[in-house]
Design a binder for this molecule. Structure first.
Ligand code: ZN
Length: 168
């Protein structure tokens, strides 16, 4: 297991344009494994290389804890629809904010085997694809947030109250 240090808002790494990966080297494979470990350790559903201080175009995503994806040089080919909901980021710990994203996204990327593949996702997977690809261009979700960021504790409290109201 290789847990890497997470970079948080204010770190220059998060605002840089990341470089294309030309070759799958052992270092790249190691980085992918470490990024997955770091993401799971932090209970995240996605992580981009600049979030661990590496300015290369690679992201990892696993929205259900069962289907880990490593996307190298990802390129969004198509998006459709819209979803509006709370979103968070491991580089903005303890906070969430409302972001509107496409409800469907289709992305082309290279895998660790050096082969190109297509990944299509809806809902949370589409949100994660768009969020993580943004990181490779130095974009953080707070740039797109509607309204204020909210503390996760407060958000959980709000959701509990809503659930109680619905049951009444
Ligand atoms: Zn993020």
């Amino acid at each position: 297991m290789g847990i890497r240090k997470l970079r948080t808002m204010g770190d220059d790494c998060l605002r840089k344009n990341c470089k294309e990966i030309k070759m799958i080297t052992p270092r790249i494979r190691l980085l992918a494994g470490d990024m997955l470990d770091t993401m799971y350790e932090a209970n995240g559903v996605g992580l981009a290389a600049p979030q661990v201080g590496i300015l290369k175009r690679m992201v990892v995503i696993d929205v259900d804890g069962e289907h880990p994806y490593v996307l190298i040089n990802p390129e969004i080919l198509e998006t459709r629809g819209e979803q509006t909901g709370y979103e968070g980021c491991l580089s903005v710990p303890g906070k969430s904010g409302i972001v509107t994203r496409p409800n469907y996204a289709k992305v082309r990327a290279m895998g660790l085997d050096g082969k190109e593949f297509i990944l299509e996702g809806e809902e949370l997977l589409a949100r994660a694809i768009c969020h993580e690809c943004d990181h490779l261009d130095g974009v953080i979700y707070v740039d797109k947030v509607e309204g204020e960021l909210i503390d996760n504790e407060e958000l959980e409290h709000q959701m509990e109250e809503e659930a109680i109201n619905e049951n009444e």
